[in-house]
Design a protein around this ligand. Sequence first.
Ligand code: ADP
Ligand code: MG
Length: 374
Amino acid sequence: MSASLALDALTKTFDGADHAAVDAVSFSVAPGECLAILGPSGSGKSTVLRSIAGLDVPSSGRILVDGADVAGLAPERRGMAMVFQRPLLFPHLSVLDNVAFAATVAGQPRREARADATQFLELVQLAGFGSRPVTALSGGQEQRVALARALAARPRVLLLDEPFSALDPELRSDMHALLAAIRAQVAPTVVMVTHDRDEAAIVADRVALLKRGRLLQHDAVERLYTRPVSLDVSRLMGGRIELAGVVRDGAHVSAIGRVAAPEGETWAEGSGVLVVRQEAIQVAAAGASAPEGFVAVDVVVADRRARGPRAELALAISGAGSVVEAATDQATDALADASPAAELVAEVPASRPLAIGERATALIPRSACTVVAG
Ligand code: ADP
Ligand code: MG
């Protein structure tokens, strides 16, 4: 049932716009895979989705479903269904008839269409709601009906444009679980737009990260966090640690000293920014030595912020001066540029008694480090 989807240099420039809303975006989605299109507001996510659906006409580039170009096909001929942030249900029809609507209009006998719709209401866990008016539903229930209606069209590709972003957090996680259950049962190829990286991490196998219409990285969620290809990606994924420096003889030299590239990876020689997730940093007692695979850095707690069950610590790097002396001239220049900001950030359990002004040792796992262009 499910299809592969590929975008080949998809570009869309709206009339009168001075830059492309979507700029040569290419990616592919395997049959049954769930891809999240992630990016800030205005980055072109909806335009990509609407182009796939046939609701926007691309300026150039191709959209392939199972290898076939869909350019000439009207939206209803593409084997796709779309769910929007607002459910767009027909208020004068019952829940069941909303789900059965497309099949009825297409000429299927009403009784059959309703029997079919009943199954999809069960799939979205709304069995027994069929005869209710849609005006009696909560927001979460409305979105379930919209999903059932989309699935009843048996799409080979299911397109979701921020479908859960208007729901409150608990309902959203119910919907994430529902989407997982739907994928386990009917396995459509799914492309879901979201601006929420946590949501992307929960629902998607892979993520296409957009900024200003450009695809920055298309990768597994985990790799967007741990192996960002650029500073932009690191920042959009919420990365907080950036250490300017230089790569020399396979190791990065910065305010925290020398960090050798992880096994099997090579970093481009020359200036570069070392990035590492704040969640990966461990904080030990002052004077602690580095276990195998870690780099130990003497720090002073410069700031502490509550983050619910976690606390975020800003850690000023105390030994930076001596490293600067030992480093090459090129590294010294890079460090001079970065020096006021040379600090680490770590997330620790809120119960951890580390006060501002306290000395500590930050332990950085080498395997979590990567270097990107500055
Ligand atoms: P996102 O979904 O990531 O928030 P959109 O795809 O909606 O972004 O928009 C991308 C860019 O294209 C924005 O600059 C937006 O203003 C512009 N845009 C979107 N739709 C239209 C349209 N119908 N006409 C003109 N410009 C548009
Ligand atoms: Mg949008």
